[in-house]
Write a protein that binds this ligand. Structure first.
Ligand code: HEC
Ligand code: HEC
Ligand code: HEC
Ligand code: HEC
Ligand code: HEC
Length: 179
């Protein structure tokens, strides 16, 4: 009697275990999705919004965007250049002062990089009158920069296709973006 009872229970138990595994996998996928949409933890929480409110231009800290292939991220020296003249009279500014004392370099975690096999240069895009926000979202309202997961080949091509017809051949040619 007892034996047949336990053998009847087993399939039920398997269903329960199976169900739990499915739920765990779904939760993990959900968390993965949220993490890839969120800004990664930076060594120091740099607030873009505060600097934009204070009228500091994007190109002041990312001057490479209209000069080199890479926009570049500011060094510790660039932060100190301003902040040595700003009194540390808020908790966030005190944290910055302490962080600056403890760290000879600021090493930021990159969020907006394409794979190496893609060739991208800011300059022609800025020359064509595009604003940072067109591709990076409203950074002026962000704390640390958020990843732009929508930037893929389709995104690039969908704009390139709408350029002047005489440019279309070049701008959609594989070798323009893949060397
Ligand atoms: C061109 C000048 C300038 C540069 C460069 C600069 N800041 Fe600032 N920063 C400011 C000003 C102005 C404020 C506002 C100060 C205030 O409200 O009293 C500020 C505020 C801050 C705050 C305080 C935010 C808050 O919530 O109170 C932090 C943190 C900060 N900056 C970090 C940095 C870091 C890190 C760098 C380097 C990547 C940097 N800043 C570079 C001008 C600058
Ligand atoms: C046409 C779209 C586009 C526009 C407009 C644009 N960016 Fe970018 N940006 C990108 C792409 C794509 C990358 C990744 C480049 C790579 O990995 O080679 C990038 C990378 C960056 C990076 C990090 C990597 C690096 O180059 O150092 C910074 C910082 C940056 N952009 C700032 C800016 C600023 C500031 C502006 C406005 C002056 C701007 N971008 C305008 C598309 C754009
Ligand atoms: C005072 C300096 C400063 C100013 C002004 C500034 N940034 Fe940044 N930016 C940073 C720092 C520091 C980081 C690295 C931390 C982070 O990712 O938020 C960064 C990161 C970024 C990134 C991500 C690059 C990568 O791949 O890591 C983008 C995109 C960007 N900034 C765009 C902008 C735009 C657009 C503006 C103007 C609205 C702007 N920034 C103004 C300091 C600045
Ligand atoms: C919002 C529109 C837009 C988006 C988005 C865009 N581009 Fe462009 N791109 C242009 C325009 C306009 C030009 C041509 C500028 C000119 O030379 O007249 C161009 C030119 C180029 C060139 C040729 C530069 C040269 O040296 O002649 C490359 C390479 C390029 N884009 C790569 C990319 C990549 C990679 C992406 C996606 C990460 C991208 N673009 C996204 C509008 C865009
Ligand atoms: C305007 C720029 C641009 C042009 C033109 C372009 N690509 Fe891409 N391509 C990209 C970008 C950006 C990525 C990276 C996508 C990502 O990171 O998700 C990419 C990724 C790829 C990949 C990797 C697949 C993947 O999903 O990661 C292949 C393969 C590829 N491209 C082939 C081509 C071929 C073949 C052509 C010509 C028919 C072409 N590309 C034209 C921008 C371009």
């Amino acid at each position: 009697m007892t034996e047949s009872k336990s053998s009847k229970k087993k399939p039920k138990l398997l269903w329960v275990i199976g169900g739990i595994i499915v739920i765990v996998v779904l939760i993990a996928l959900g968390i993965g999705f949220v993490i890839t949409q969120a800004a990664p933890a930076q060594p120091f929480p740099f607030p873009h919004n505060v600097h934009a409110t204070n009228g500091i231009a994007c190109l002041y800290c990312h001057p490479g965007a209209n000069r080199n292939n890479y926009a570049g991220l500011p060094t510790r020296q660039k932060c100190v250049g301003c902040h040595s003249n700003i009194p540390a009279n808020t908790p966030a500014l005190k944290d910055l002062q302490q962080y600056t004392r403890d760290h000879p370099e600021f090493v930021w975690v990159p969020v907006a990089y394409l794979p190496d096999f893609v060739h991208f240069n800011h300059q022609p895009h800025l020359n064509a009158g595009m604003a940072c926000e067109n591709c990076h979202g409203d950074v002026a309202k962000m704390g640390t920069a958020k990843p732009q997961n929508y930037i893929d080949m389709g995104y690039c091509l969908s704009c390139h296709k709408h350029q002047r017809p005489d440019q279309f051949t070049t701008l959609s040619d594989c070798s323009t973006c893949h060397k």
